[in-house]
Ligand binder design. Structure first.
Ligand SMILES: Cc1ncc(COP(=O)(O)O)c(C=O)c1O
Length: 355
């Protein structure tokens, strides 16, 4: 039976990515060896890493003065690397969810943290809009897409200071004005590759302004200087990332992908709003186009487990909501075809007919 993959991460990758990566596991770059067993310093792999970083620059229109780095440690390591490298005295953070608050917790180890606003009291069902960012902060940090709650800031805020963003779950889903940011980071396991690599785009002149000693591995300058080869990089995820980037280019780039994403999200939200059994969980204006969260309407609450089984029987995988929200979450990352979203909608309609 066909499976429809709605996992929040690790999550769906394009068939192109999976096929080419599988082929490279057997025979990489005509070397007669698997990508799993070659040196990261082989000329064939260096070419992969260089091409992947160049394609990120091309697809996101990264201006000069920025470098792209691949690191291990997940996005969670960036929660500490960002303040280690940028926080001299004080940083400003917007608290829009679990990941943002994890980032805040780490930053507090390095200096003063001004949480400019938080929607925690409303279980993160909206993005705070009214807040003042202190001008003497070293940087402003926010999470563009809140994977767990299904809210998203689909714009690049204008702030007067350095800006850092966790784009783990919506990178490449829309064009971004990189020039507004000093650091953008993203774990790969949603819109790029299997877990294991983290993408960082960093403005070089944002570095070197803190007095503290930074351990070599945690200093962005180490990895910039060594072109992401200071130590052994996650070879397979980087290879898979390159395949995804090539596929994005074939799709027409991030602008074209954004159009498709908006359409996919719109049809699913329309169904949630129309169907008598379901309702959305977050403020309409802050709805994420990547992670669509919904629950049963109050009078149909007891049908939640039935719908979960009904959807599973129709091939839907990974739609259980995060435990802190409950209900359902359908993640519609870039690689998800519109036909899969339509299959979920059909399933919702059929379930409604039975009740
Ligand atoms: C927005 C966001 N930030 C950070 C993380 C943590 O990423 P990692 O598991 O790579 O540390 C996640 C994971 O889902 C996420 O969705």
């Amino acid at each position: 039976m066909k499976k429809y993959n709605f996992y929040a991460g690790p999550s769906i990758l394009s068939e192109f990515t999976i096929k080419n990566t599988a082929a490279a596991v057997e025979n990489f770059a005509g070397m007669g060896l698997s990508i799993l067993e070659i040196s990261h310093r082989s000329k064939e792999f260096i070419a992969v890493s260089d091409e992947a970083r160049a394609m990120i620059k091309e697809l996101l229109d990264v201006p000069s003065g920025y470098e792209v780095v691949f690191l291990g440690g997940g996005a969670s390591l960036q929660f500490c690397m960002v303040p280690y490298n940028l926080l001299a005295k004080k940083a400003a953070y917007l608290d829009t969810g679990t990941w943002a608050s994890n980032a805040i917790k780490e930053a507090k180890l390095f200096g003063e943290v001004d949480v400019v606003a938080s929607s925690k009291e409303a279980n993160y069902t909206y993005i705070p809009k009214e807040y003042t960012i202190p001008e003497d902060a070293d940087y402003f940090h926010f999470t563009s897409n809140n994977t767990i709650y299904g809210t998203e800031m689909r714009y690049d805020p204008d702030v007067k200071l350095r800006m850092v963003c966790d784009m783990s779950s919506d990178i490449f889903s829309r064009p971004v004005d990189v020039s507004k940011y000093d650091i953008i980071y993203a774990g790969a396991q949603k819109n790029l590759a299997p877990a294991g690599v983290t993408l960082i785009i960093v403005r070089e002149d944002a570095l070197g302004h803190v007095a503290r000693a930074i351990p070599t591995m945690l200093d962005y300058r180490t990895h910039i200087k060594k072109e992401s080869m200071f130590n052994t990089p996650p070879v397979l995820p980087v290879y898979a990332a390159l395949q995804t980037l090539k596929w994005y280019k074939e799709q027409g780039g991030v602008k074209a992908i954004e159009k498709i994403n908006l359409d996919k999200a719109a049809i699913l939200y329309d169904e949630i709003d129309r169907n008598k059994l379901f309702k959305g969980t977050v403020a309409v204006e802050d709805r994420s186009i990547m992670n669509v969260c919904f629950i049963m309407n109050d009078e149909y609450k007891e049908l939640e487990a039935d719908f979960a089984s009904f959807a599973a029987a129709a091939g839907m995988v990974g739609i259980k909501g995060h435990r802190s929200v409950g209900g359902f979450r359908a993640s519609l990352y870039n690689a998800m075809p519109k036909s899969s979203v339509e299959a979920l909608i059909t399933c919702m309609k059929e379930f409604e007919k039975r009740h």
